[in-house]
Design a protein around this ligand. Structure first.
Ligand SMILES: NC(=O)c1ccc[n+]([C@@H]2O[C@H](COP(=O)([O-])OP(=O)(O)OC[C@H]3O[C@@H](n4cnc5c(N)ncnc54)[C@H](OP(=O)(O)O)[C@@H]3O)[C@@H](O)[C@H]2O)c1
Length: 250
């Protein structure tokens, strides 16, 4: 299978690229940090790994990648829209430019690939878009406005597109992850006590993601039990939920 992944320079995206290449699939990965992409390519040393430097928030970069992919005849079977940032936009009041940037990467920087690949996917009647969401899409976060808002917007866009293209053979899948120990939230790497039980390592998260890439469900929740708690407690007021989760994290 041909799999396109945004954000392969670190974390879950990188581990997923490793797993897919070792299973014999073709992967086209993108990210901004060229040194890390080169390093990954050296490590994988595979004719099945293709990559290009691309900022998903810059349309010209996206078009360049689309052009490079066309030249190599790489039309993906699955597009994994994984790139994201998590700036602290609530420091010193509200940082609107950080909010706008987060949407440009986490939401528009995912949906732009849908615009690019969808016509071909519809024409051939197959293909899958996979959006990486988060439990932050269910609850507000006292540290960030833009992360929960961008992930909620992305998930809702995917649910709408899934309904719209239900009969077309093109699938829209959402993966909701709980905490994973990667660079995006450095605190998750240092979680102590009971909280540690709830943090997945990126290798495990990648194994789960591979399951979603080849699975048939429209929505996946990883890890199941932690994300179930989020979903079952949606009736609790935000302030109570936030206070309870702070106690567990300590
Ligand atoms: N870690 C968690 O606790 C957690 C929980 C739930 C959901 N998730 C989701 O999982 C996904 C992967 O995150 P991660 O945990 O693996 O974090 P990560 O290690 O920070 O990976 C983020 C990836 O996104 C790329 N990226 C960021 N901005 C980009 C841009 N403008 N253009 C292209 N690529 C960009 C980064 O590459 P460059 O910087 O090189 O561009 C990096 O490869 C994200 O969607 C995240 O929201 C993570």
């Amino acid at each position: 299978m041909k799999i396109f992944i945004t954000g392969v320079s670190s974390g879950i995206g990188q581990e997923t690229a490793r797993l897919l290449i070792s299973a014999g699939h073709e992967v086209w990965g993108i990210a901004r940090r060229k040194d890390l992409l080169d390093k990954l390519a050296d490590e994988l040393n595979s004719p099945y790994f293709f990559y290009s430097q691309c900022d998903v928030a810059i349309e010209e970069d996206v078009n360049n990648t689309i052009q490079l992919m066309a030249e190599k005849n790489f039309m993906p079977d699955v597009a994994v829209l994984n790139s994201a940032i998590f700036p602290k936009d609530l420091k010193d009041g509200f940082d609107f430019s950080a909010f706008r940037k987060t949407f440009a990467v986490n939401c528009f920087g995912a949906l732009i690939w849908v615009e690019k690949f969808l016509p071909k996917f519809l024409e051939r009647g197959s293909g899958k878009f996979l959006a990486i969401a988060s439990t932050s899409a269910f609850r507000p976060d006292p540290a960030s406005v833009s992360l929960p808002a961008s992930k909620a917007a992305l998930s809702m866009a995917f649910r709408s597109m899934g309904l719209r293209h239900n009969q077309s053979g093109v699938k829209f899948t959402i993966v909701y992850f709980g905490p994973v120990a990667t660079d995006i939230v450095p605190e998750f790497r240092d979680t102590k006590g009971l909280g540690k039980l709830f943090v997945m390592n990126p290798q495990t998260a990648a194994q789960k993601l591979v399951k979603a890439i080849f699975g048939n469900s429209a929505i996946y929740y990883f890890p199941f039990w932690l994300t179930l708690i989020f979903r079952l407690t949606l009736f609790l007021p935000d302030r109570l939920f936030s206070a309870l989760s702070k106690k567990i994290k300590r």
